[in-house]
Design a protein around this ligand. Structure first.
Ligand SMILES: [Zn+2]
Length: 501
């Protein structure tokens, strides 16, 4: 599997929880969500989205194998009668199917794309209190695998596009809807799709999963984080070699692979990568300023105004120290992270092994290259005889080139018609919510577009809280019916504004 931006479930949920808590702790203004006057006609639209969501959950698209063919065929049956041009691209594994529907505009503007993954992570069925692939509605929630990640978004995006078609809205640009395969794992993701069918998904800008409509305990939405860049996941192997032999007659420590690897790993574990500000995080911290507590705002100013590296280090540490609950997220956003995740060595208790290996996962800020990270690891371990290489099915050079291209992809700019429409239409529903562009500390499949310089905005388009987030990829995943209805209105209004003549 070659997925540089692939997600690690536990890190993801943890990171996102931290993001939520961090955001909630920073907020001090805002008003409760109030139903807009247009709520009555929108209600039936919301019901349609909820019905579609239940239907989508009923397709078991657990990955692996991530078989999305039946779901793609169902979407085809829904979009085709509306006059949409549809394509289904089935990957060489015969299971991963990408569904694309296109509504034609007059061509005066470049297309807008709404992309959502149709595959889901598997379930621990015995730990669910409801059938995970049935779309059960209970107590104001729709339950099921993917309800929040990301069949809820799939339903919201699909209904927005279908409604434009149903209403025969004259369009200035093509509207493309994409139901993706292999986002959770597998090699036939959007990167594969982009490589083989770029013309089908090329657009001026796009929506995908990513940031959150953050709902506080009182139900209020005050902050909407929209991801405009993702960190890059890069994994390295460290390999030490040494003399092998009988464990009854050990060699001097410097001559045995395990000892050398352990010495190197001890240094790496103690290594704290430098604090860095990049355009995406600068924009994030700036956007947080007006909605942060006095103390946090002052810390952020200190960070943004740092004159040199030691200022930056001090400011970064202070911001983390003053927000202890959110320390992990802030720590991750402020630097490239380096973690030893696997250690493999030895074959028998009484054999001194000739080599020892460790796996180190790093998350690179935009702008940091794989070469720079290799150099940093080598500096930290201080042993030139330990080999450091990228873990990749490509050649080292090919992989370094891919990383170089991806890490240099700029964050999606926020001065686009799509971002402005998201902002304006969000405020019609959640009156005092502020849109905050964010760097995602993990990764998504948005890279397929960002590396072509197509702006992608990541959003889970419905209000959610820490309870909803804690169930993501977990048991009894669910999303609020009311949240889906609000999201339906937001995304439809946004899309219409961007695409209509
Ligand atoms: Zn997802």
């Amino acid at each position: 599997m070659y997925r540089m931006g692939n997600k690690n479930m536990k890190r993801l949920v943890k990171g996102r929880l931290a993001a939520l808590v961090f955001a909630a702790s920073l907020l001090c203004t805002g008003t409760r969500y109030a139903l807009a006057e247009s709520a009555t006609p929108a209600q039936s639209q919301g019901d349609k989205t909820v019905a579609l969501l239940k239907k989508l959950i009923a397709f078991d698209t657990s990955n692996g194998p991530g078989d999305t063919r039946a779901l793609a065929e169902y979407l085809k049956s829904q979009f085709e009668p509306l006059g949409a041009e549809v394509d289904i691209f089935v990957a060489p594994n015969g299971k991963a199917a990408h569904f694309i529907a296109r509504l034609r505009g007059d061509g005066s503007k470049k297309p807008v794309l709404l992309a959502a993954h149709a595959d889901v992570v598997p379930v621990e069925r015995e730990k669910w209190t409801v059938e995970p692939f049935a779309g059960v509605e209970k107590d104001g929630f729709v339950y099921g695998r993917g309800a929040m990640d990301f069949k809820g978004g799939l339903a919201v995006f699909a209904r927005a596009v279908m409604r434009l078609a149903e209403e025969k809205t004259p369009l200035a640009r093509d509207v493309i809807f994409l139901a993706e395969a292999d986002e959770e794992q597998g090699q036939y993701s959007t990167v594969w799709l982009a490589k083989n069918h770029w013309d089908k998904i090329d657009a001026e800008f796009a929506l995908n999963e990513g940031g959150y409509v953050l709902q506080g305990r009182d139900g209020t939405v005050r902050q909407i984080s929209v991801t405009t860049a993702d960190k890059l996941s890069a994994t390295f192997a460290l390999r030490a070699t040494g003399r092998s032999g009988h464990s009854s007659r050990p060699f001097p420590p410097g001559e045995m692979a395990n000892d050398r690897l352990i010495a190197a790993l001890a240094k790496l574990a103690a290594h704290d990568p430098a604090v860095k500000l990049v355009p995406a995080t600068e924009a994030y911290f700036r956007a947080l300023l007006p909605i942060s507590s006095e103390q946090t705002a002052s810390d952020i100013k200190q960070l943004l105004n740092a004159k040199d590296q030691s200022d930056l280090e001090a400011a970064g540490k202070k911001l983390v120290a003053d927000n202890p609950k959110d320390g992990l997220l802030l720590h991750a956003l402020l630097r490239d992270t380096v973690v030893i995740t696997m250690i493999e060595a030895g074959i028998k208790p009484n054999v001194i092994p000739g080599d020892a290996k460790a796996i180190v996962n790093t998350r690179l800020l935009p702008g940091t290259t794989a070469d720079q990270m290799i150099a940093e690891i080598k500096r930290a371990i201080g042993d030139p005889d330990i080999e450091v290489s990228l873990v990749t099915p490509l050649t080292q050079q090919e992989a370094r080139d891919v990383y170089l291209k991806r890490t240099n992809a700029p964050p999606s700019p926020v001065d686009t018609a799509l971002y402005a429409a998201l902002d304006r239409n969000a405020k019609l529903i959640w009156k005092d919510a502020v849109l905050v562009p964010t760097l995602f500390e993990a990764g998504t499949d948005a890279m397929a577009w960002r590396e072509h310089n197509v702006p992608v905005y990541g959003i889970y388009p419905y209000p959610l809280d820490d309870d909803i987030l804690s169930r993501m990829h977990g048991n009894d995943e669910r999303i609020g019916v009311e949240a889906i209805k609000q999201g339906t209105e937001w995304i439809y209004n946004t899309l219409r504004e961007v695409a209509k003549k």
